[in-house]
Design a binder for this molecule. Structure first.
Ligand SMILES: [Zn+2]
Ligand SMILES: [Zn+2]
Length: 343
């Protein structure tokens, strides 16, 4: 039985082009109790390979997180297969608007410890005991309720460029940190307040809502499908849009505009701006907000130091980097002494 890819990415790309078939790009996730992730992994691979599914799927004891593409003509069969798995029946599928037929070139189903690296190693709570899911319409009503506390479950650099009005936006670098801060802040309101939360696509709230229920919060609500789905519903149903600014996304676009408001400022000159850039110095790569004028003046760098390095011949830059670990500064995003206008 074939349980692994037999075609290389190049061969696959050629085949897709040749066939000229339309593919749908789909993502979904769910927390569930999966007894034997390896068996489940093989089960998925066998069925999905048959349906010519390509993508990156993580399977763990705690659930599944999938990003994939499927030929449009096989979609019904694929959906039927999902519905045959009890915890995936009617799972919400995000079908990408930006169609890219070459978005994935292999089927990779991997067994992981977790479906999202969330830094939460508390095994004592039930991840499937989630909060109440609300759609955009109900969410709009709920957040006007005086007994509701609205919490943004994302990190500082995400909420900085866009968030719901009146939301608490924790000044944190990681999901793990925000869990603790919010619990502490709301410790006296576990029973009397409605805890309403949202994130980018909903997956962080799946975990967070279960965590807060475990910690004693009685009324926990979460925005179904996150800001991405909210924006879609607002448009489709012509609802009032209560989100201001951009939704930070983790692909090359960095941010998806949801309203015309620009709520952030250039970290270098302070003028209204909500465009994230990475410092052009390969050894820095700091993610920060930079306007076009500053980008030009600074050669797309975060500081004059970085600018100097960036303007050295490539070989000299390489020599400077030698032996140093170049990370993308994941825990320093938007945080640096040189950013004078970072709030
Ligand atoms: Zn500027
Ligand atoms: Zn820099």
């Amino acid at each position: 039985m074939q349980l692994y890819n037999t075609l290389s990415a190049k061969e696959r790309a050629a085949l897709i082009k040749e066939a000229g078939q339309e593919r749908l790009t789909i993502s979904f996730y769910t927390y569930a109790h999966i007894g034997n992730p390896s068996i489940f992994r093989n089960h998925l691979f066998i069925h999905w390979d048959e349906l010519e599914v390509l993508g990156r799927i993580y399977v763990a004891h705690e659930g599944i997180n999938a990003q994939l593409s499927v030929p449009a003509e096989n979609f019904e069969k694929f959906k039927a297969h999902l519905d045959s798995i009890s915890f995936l029946e009617n799972v919400r599928l995000n079908i990408a608007i930006e169609q890219d037929n070459l978005s994935f070139l292999k089927l990779k189903v991997k067994v992981r410890k977790k479906i999202v690296a969330d830094g939460l190693n508390d095994e004592t709570f039930d991840v499937t005991n989630k909060g109440i899911h609300v759609g955009a319409e109900q969410f709009n009503e709920l957040i006007e309720d005086p007994d509701a506390v609205l919490v943004d479950m994302r990190n500082h650099y995400e909420s900085e460029i866009g968030h719901f009005k009146n939301a608490i936006t924790p000044d944190v670098d990681t999901f793990r940190d925000s869990l603790d801060i919010i619990e502490k802040d709301l410790a006296d309101h576990k029973e009397d307040k409605k805890l309403v939360m949202y994130c980018t696509g909903g997956i962080r709230c799946e975990k967070a809502s279960a965590y807060y229920k475990h910690k004693g919060f009685k009324q926990v609500y979460q925005l179904e499908g996150g800001i991405i789905e909210y924006a879609r519903q607002v448009e489709k149903k012509n609802l009032e849009n209560k989100f201001k600014g951009k939704n930070f996304v983790f692909d090359h676009r960095r941010g998806e505009r949801i309203s015309d408001d620009v709520i952030a400022q250039c970290h270098q000159c302070g003028k209204a701006c909500d465009t994230h850039e990475n410092c052009a110095n390969e050894a820095c790569h700091l993610l920060f907000i930079q306007c076009t004028e500053c980008a030009e003046k600074m050669d797309n760098c975060c500081s004059t130091e970085c600018q100097e390095v960036h303007n050295l011949p490539y070989e000299e830059q390489k020599a400077l980097r030698k032996g140093k670990v170049v990370s993308n500064k994941i825990f320093k995003k938007g945080r640096s002494e040189v950013l004078k206008f970072k709030k």
